[in-house]
Design a protein around this ligand. Structure first.
Ligand SMILES: C[S@@+](CC[C@H](N)C(=O)[O-])C[C@H]1O[C@@H](n2cnc3c(N)ncnc32)[C@H](O)[C@@H]1O
Length: 264
């Protein structure tokens, strides 16, 4: 089933923001997994390569990062993000998360960020494939959400409505928006030893101009009949009003990380 979130400038800005936050909050975990100068890293479901670019910087000229994604629009954005970042040791290509075309057994780390929640029913196939990509002693690094705990305070009805419509839409596609809760189980089922399974909330002022993932899926949601044209107009006006609020509401975003190691 086609990926439902559309690429746009707003989406790329959201990915960049998430990549910056990941770098700030996960660097110790990245290091524990084996992301260091000289490492060979796969970034599966790389999207617009915001994280790929950061990884390229961290592994340095003696290392390399290979990103794959099925969405051609994401790959176009990725090429430009990598060029703008001046990262020359990272490349991106078309590939699916459960059959990437990358060379098996050759990566120090295979990373998968926010992909499982879009692949209901195929999650284990994907994690099994990632396990096949890493060398003996290498690591699979997974991160995903538990969207049911995403919140904003003070409460905003329309924000909850948008997210509820997204949950209905994704559930209808067989996707699990709480895929983050099962990361450790997926690694164990792939034959890996779980070294770290951790969850935390990103708590931040709601950035002006930012939209939740549901917003990037609005066309697909409208097509699926989970929102009406009136909903869209109303929500757009509310987002625009939110953008100009002087006192920023607080956004709470839950995220999980798990690292599984292949025996040496
Ligand atoms: C939410 S984005 C995350 C992008 C990136 N990993 C990050 O965290 O910045 C999910 C990406 O995974 C890609 N994707 C989803 N399912 C995929 C699959 N089965 N194979 C390859 N890519 C996939 C989508 O096209 C999208 O670009």
């Amino acid at each position: 089933m086609a990926y439902a979130l559309q690429m746009s400038e707003v989406e790329i800005a959201r990915y960049r923001m998430m990549a910056d936050r990941a770098r700030a909050t996960e660097s110790e975990l990245w290091e524990a997994a084996g992301i260091a100068p000289g490492a060979r890293v796969a970034d599966v479901g790389c999207g617009p390569a915001a994280v790929t670019a950061v990884l390229g910087e961290l592994v340095g000229p003696s290392g390399s990062v290979m990103g794959v994604d099925t969405d051609p629009n994401a790959l176009v954005a990725a090429a430009s993000v990598l060029e703008q970042a001046g990262v020359s040791n990272a490349t991106v290509q078309v590939g699916s998360a459960d059959a990437s075309g990358l060379e098996a057994g050759t990566f120090d780390v295979a990373m998968l960020r926010h992909v499982l929640a879009h692949n209901g029913g195929h999650e284990q196939q994907i994690v099994d494939h990632l396990a096949s990509l890493v060398r003996p002693g290498g690591a699979v690094y997974l991160t995903d959400v538990a969207m049911s705990s995403m919140a904003v305070r003070p409460p905003m009805d329309f924000f909850d409505e948008v997210n509820a419509a997204y949950a209905t839409f994704m559930g209808g596609r067989g996707n699990d928006l709480n895929a983050g809760l099962l990361l450790s189980d997926r690694l164990v089922a792939a034959g890996l030893t779980v070294e770290i399974f951790r969850g935390s909330f990103t708590i931040m002022p709601f950035p002006s101009g930012m939209r939740p993932p549901a917003w990037a899926a609005r066309d697909a949601m409208a097509e699926a009949g989970v929102l009406s044209p009136d909903d869209l107009i109303r929500w757009e006006a509310r987002f625009e009003a939110l953008d100009t609020m002087e006192s920023r509401p607080t956004l709470f975003m839950p995220g999980f990380v798990a690292i599984g190691r292949k025996s040496a």
